[in-house]
Each structure stands twice: as C-alpha cells, then as structure tokens.
Design a protein around this ligand. Structure first.
Ligand code: SF4
Length: 698
C-alpha cells in the first residue's frame, strides 16, 4: 500500500516498445509496487509485465560481483550448471582484475589479428546513452563496424523497406493516431500479447467506430473487436497484399493526386501487380477473392487509414518484401502524412528504436548515416577524434558465421542473449564456444554468459538513469529508483572502463554528458535536451523547437529522400526458405507470450510473471491435438532439420491446423534449437516465423 512506501520515482517500463510511463513505489531500497503514470503512450495504463514484473533485480541469482572463468572449465551450456551458484565454473574477481582481463583479451586479439577479429552486440534493453557509448567503443576502439543488436532479429527488414521507400526507418505516426483513423489494418502482429497497452488503444478505436481489419495466420484476442479478421496461409502474405494492390489499381481506388505529388515508381507497381489478381493469388494466400476485394476496398476508400505490423511481417526471408507491400498500399491510397493515417511497425523492445537511432547497426552511424558516406563519416571522425572504418560491419547472424570461419575471435556482448535468441541455436552456441575471448555484461549468468571468459555485473533498469525511445519516437527519461546491489555497476561506467583500456580518453561523469554528445551527432535530437526530458518526461522526435511538441505525424509535405518523393518497390511472392514437405509437414512459428519477454532473462526471474507462465508450452489447434492423440497438457516432441524439443501442448483455437507456435523464452525447450537461420537478403533477418517441422506425441 502506498502509505508504506517512503518515496516514489518516475520512470518508464523496461519491457516492450510501447514505453509506458510508471512510478516505482520504494521503501528501504526495495520496490514495493508499480503504478502507471499519465504518459503519452499509456495514460496510466500498464500491462501485467509493467505492473508486476519489477522484482527480477532482487532475484537470488543476480550478479553482484565480476566473475572470471576458472581454468580448465569448458565453455558451453552445461545441464547441471546452476546460474544461482555459478562459482564451480567461475570465480569472483575484483573490478580491476575483471576489467583488465576483459579488455586485455580483446586488445591482444586486435593486435594479433587486426580490427576485424572483434565484434560487439549492444542491447535494446539499455539506454540510448549506453547504446551510443557501446557503438562508439566498437567503431573507435575495436576499429570496425562489427556492431549490431536485436533489431537484426526483429524489424531490420521493416527498416530496410522504410529506408528504401520513405527515406526514414521510424514510424510515420504514433499508435495513438489509431483513435483518429476510420480503418486500422493490423497484420503480422498480436498486440494484445506483445504490445498490450497499444492494444487498448486499438480496442478503444474500435469501440469508437474504427473498422479494425486483422490479417494473420493465427487468431488473436483483438479478433473480438475486429470488423474483419482473416486468416491467411503461413507465408502467403506477399501474395495477399499484392492481390489487394491489384484490386485497388484495377478498380481505380488509388489516390492519383497523392501519387502525383508525393511518389515515384507507380507505373512499375501497376505493371507488376497486373497479373496478381485475387483469383490468381487466392490459392497462395488462402483467402477468398471476394474477401480480398472487400478489405482492399475498405482500406483504400477510408478517409483515414493506418497500417500496423509486427514480427509476423518482418521475420521472413521475404520480410522486406512484406514491408514494401504495406508501404505501397499506404502510398497508393494516400494514407500517410495526415492525422489518423500512417505506417507503424510496432517495436518489440523498450529501446530498440533508440538503440537503432544511436547507431547499434553495422552499416550505419547514428541516425542511419551510412558508414560508406565519406562526408558523414568525416563529421563523426571529427566528433570522436578517431578514424572510422568505411566498410559496413557484419550483422548478428553473420558474426556467428564469421566466428566459425575463424574471422571473428573476440566479442563483447552487452545485455543480449544470442545463446537463446539466435536461430539454429546449436550453430550459434557452437560459435560462442569457439570464441577465443568473450566478455558478457549482464544482470545474471544468462545462457550466453555461460560461454564467457569474463562476466561483468551490470545495473538493472530501475537502478539506472538514461533515456529510451519507444515505438512512437517518444524519447523518455528513466530514473534510478534503487541502488544497484553488491558491486554491480552502471553499464555506461563499465563500457567507459573498457574503452579506457583501449587507450580511449573517455571521461564521462554522467549519462547526461553522453546525451549532450549524442545531440552533436544526431539531428533527430534537435530541440530535445536532458533538462527538457527531466521536466516534461517525454518529447517526440522530430521536434521543431524547444518549446514545441514533437511531431506525432510526419511526412505531410515531403519525404526525406532526394526530391522529397517516396518510392514504390514492387514485389513478387516467394516460397518460404524451407517449405513443408512429407517429412516435415507442419509449420513451426515462434514468438513471445504476454507474461514472458524475449529470452526470459528478466521475466522468468520476476516472481509473479514466472508463477503465471512457469513452463514451456507449444500452442496447437484442437484438431491438431486430436490428430496427435494428445490431451492439452500432454507432452509433444517437435523436430526440425536442426534440432528437437519436448514440451507440454496447449490447446489454442486461434491456431490453424498444420501449425505450431512455441515461445522462445524457455531454455528447457528452446524454440530456437528448431528455427531456420535463412536470412532476408535486405534486412538480414532470419525466418523465425516459418520452419518445416514434424510433431509427435512424446
Ligand atoms: Fe511495459 Fe509494454 Fe506492458 Fe506498457 S505494454 S507496461 S511498456 S510491457
């Protein structure tokens, strides 16, 4: 009860990209409970993760001292390893010893093999300032652009398409604009599970008369609010969207004035979709031609319409094509640049937008400035006083391959868990074990930390200060509510200590100083200062003046491309990389649960969330369970060409027959042992949403 707390501290939820503002109610360095605040993205609302997922920093397995691997202990996941008692594999060390060893191993590999021998994964769970420092360390200390983070596994394909077609990778309008829309099209997303507070705005919009159209292979809770909810065949998305474009062009429902004023390439799009009629595409996407016509007409003729999408769009080998199609729909119908219109890829992690903006991407410097552009690079060389590599670096999955090829030999991993989150985990874990030197900075001995030579104990979100940027482009300030336990240190401090051991003369005393430097390299932060964030709590970028609100809706007159015009990018349907066949006849898809976030490193150590979803389950249709002869709760085995897992089956009437869904948070039945590492050629994102598998009763 609030009377028992001796202080409240205002901050932001550490989980999904919605970016709900909250208050920690604290007594004696313990968070007692959390309440939602009136933030721009949540207006007091929180979901179960934000409301109850706050006690993970106090878990008994929390790292409170640096650890160094004991001599002779093999690297790798050991089924008998106990993360709460890691000292049989590691020994405790002082900060000085651990930092010296961490940095020395990396510096020596660089000296012996050159800058390309090192790589780093930063984190979308860290602040903007920490992301900035981490990529700056890799670029100016390690000496290459081999720096990436989980955007590579979530929206890299969406960003590739948005950059190509609009010239900007961020959303064109906030999700609150759904309240202004006549039609909201949700596709390849499940907001009630993955963006729960955003889902409340979609429900609110539907209650106010907005037509919700939901397109997805799976059913979902928001179907109850939908005007139309269509289940298309897994992998049939490009066919479905092109058929919609065919209808819009064939029936002249497009917005010729908008196309003439704001776009280029419409003739090529028209030509490309001419043969992709609803009749021709119906077999590929599994939707009846008349239904395709109905939703195409509803979207195109709406006065104001928005499109939202998630990983169901992006995590395919045709993920960039999926996003190109959605962009073409919006451009053809003039559905951007006005209130209630726009394109919005729903971001997964609390700071994946900010970490990407701050430069945790191998092919671009902060604010998406290409590393190959000599003029832009020179500006950063001057800002940082160091020469920068003009070659784009390797991406997440490419780095794993480069380790096994002997090219990358040392890594620094901050807050990411590739031993759980990468596709084809046996391959990824083999790569992590092959590293000559691995430094992991985290809150716990995660699955990835079990491969480390040195583990550095970091600070949890309620223990640190910093800015984060949510899915709406809202930059928000998080504040420290409690002190870090034991000897755990702020991430920015640890990165700086490593940087100093690379000979870099860094001397930041507070994250606000890092933010001030970021403003000098990132035009997106114009008119947004630390002081302003401390005062106002949230400012949206781009922001035209220090006393003006940021722009909720962008691109009303021009797009940030040469000539100011957006571009249509035509696409053709492609088969999945690994289509189902007689040996592997079922489609495997993976994702999150409402209660568990990503690899579960935090939420499985949050007592209420763990109690709600304590064990791994696979969701199947009742018909599929009948076929297998398995009752709900019974065990099934799932096999792909890369691995197998056994876990409890859950009956889910929203699942289509012929498909199984597995969350990727559970190490005991790790979904990514099964997934396919094939990459989208543009975004370099793996096909997490479609692998051929075989099911049996265990
Ligand atoms: Fe946190 Fe996202 Fe839930 Fe909001 S919707 S409380 S940001 S997990």
């Amino acid at each position: 009860d609030s009377a028992a707390a001796d202080r409240t501290v205002d901050s932001v939820c550490p989980y999904c990209g919605v970016g709900c503002q909250l208050s920690y109610h604290v007594k004696d360095e313990q968070i007692l409970f959390v309440e939602g605040r009136d933030g721009p993205a949540n207006q007091g609302r929180l979901c179960v993760k934000g409301r109850f997922g706050f006690d993970y920093p106090n878990h008994p397995a929390r790292l409170i001292r640096p650890l160094i691997r004991r001599d002779g202990v093999a690297k790798g996941l050991d089924p008998d390893f106990d993360p709460a008692r890691p000292l049989t594999h590691f020994r405790e060390a002082s900060w000085e010893e651990a930092l010296e060893m961490a940095a020395r191993g990396l510096v020596d590999l660089k000296s012996a093999h050159g800058p390309g021998a090192l790589a780093g994964f930063g984190s979308a769970k860290c602040s903007n300032e920490e992301a900035w420092l981490f990529q700056k360390l890799v670029r100016t200390g390690f000496g290459s652009n081999h720096v990436d983070h989980c955007t590579r596994l979530c929206h890299a394909s969406s960003v590739a398409a948005l950059m190509e077609c609009l010239g900007s990778g961020a959303v064109t309008a906030s999700f609150m604009q759904a309240l202004e829309a006549d039609v909201v099209l949700l596709t390849g997303c499940n907001p009630a599970v993955n963006h729960p507070v955003a889902a409340t705005y979609f429900k609110q919009a539907a209650r106010g008369g907005t037509r919700l159209i939901i397109l997805d292979p799976r059913g979902q809770a928001l179907d109850a609010y939908a005007w139309r909810s269509l289940r298309f065949s897994p992998g049939g998305d490009v066919a479905l969207y092109n058929a919609m474009l065919n209808v819009i062009i064939d029936e002249a429902l497009y917005d010729q004035a908008y196309i003439d004023a704001h776009t280029e390439g419409f003739a090529a799009l028209r030509q490309s979709v001419v043969d992709m009629t609803p009749e021709a595409m119906s077999g590929l996407c599994g939707v009846a031609p008349e239904t395709i016509r109905e939703i195409a007409r509803a979207y195109a003729t709406a006065e104001r319409a928005m499109i939202f999408w998630g990983m169901g769009i992006s995590q395919h080998v045709h993920g960039t094509d999926n996003a190109r199609c959605l962009i073409s729909l919006a451009l053809a119908c003039g559905q951007t640049g006005r209130p209630g219109t726009g394109l919005h890829p729903l971001r997964g992690q609390n700071n994946v937008q900010g970490a990407s903006d701050a430069g945790l991407i191998p092919m671009v410097l902060p604010d998406y400035q290409p590393v190959g552009d000599a003029q832009l690079r020179a500006a950063f060389e001057e800002l940082w006083g160091a020469e920068l590599d003009p070659e784009p670096g390797l991406t997440v999955v490419e780095i794993m391959d480069a380790i096994l090829a002997g090219q990358v030999r040392g890594m620094y991993i901050l807050g990411e868990n590739p031993a759980m989150s990468d596709p084809d985990l046996n391959h990824a874990r083999q790569a992590l074990a092959a590293l000559e030197h691995l430094v992991v900075q985290d809150l716990f001995v995660t699955e990835t930390a079990q491969f480390a030579d040195v583990i550095l104990p970091a600070t949890a979100w309620p223990e640190k200060e910093g800015t984060v940027t949510n899915t709406n482009r809202q930059v928000q300030l998080g504040r420290a509510a409690v002190a870090p336990p034991g000897e755990a240190k702020p991430d920015w401090w640890i990165i700086q200590e490593i940087a100093r051991r690379f000979g870099l003369a860094w001397d930041y005393a507070h994250p606000s100083e890092v933010f001030a430097e970021m403003k000098r390299g990132m035009p997106s932060l114009d008119n947004i200062s630390w002081e302003r964030l401390a005062r106002e709590g949230s400012v949206t970028y781009p922001c035209p003046a220090e006393d003006a609100p940021g722009q909720d809706v962008v691109f009303s007159d021009a797009f940030p491309r040469a000539g100011g015009r957006a571009r249509f990018a035509p696409t053709r349907p492609l088969p999945p990389d690994e289509p189902i066949d007689a040996d592997y006849p079922t489609v495997l898809t993976t994702g999150r649960l409402l209660e568990h976030w990503h690899t579960g490193a935090m939420t499985r150590r949050a007592s209420v969330l763990d109690a709600l979803e304590p064990e791994a389950t696979a969701s199947l249709s009742p018909g599929e369970l009948n076929r297998l002869g398995v009752a709900p709760g019974g065990a099934i085995t799932i096999v792909t060409r890369r691995g197998e897992i056994t876990l409890a089956a859950r009956s889910d009437p929203g699942m289509p027959d012929g498909m199984v869904f597995v969350p990727f948070a559970y190490v005991e039945a790790a979904a990514n042992l099964l997934t396919n590492p094939a990459l989208d050629p543009f975004g370099k994102i793996p096909e997490f949403k479609y692998a051929a598998c075989r099911l049996s009763r265990a």
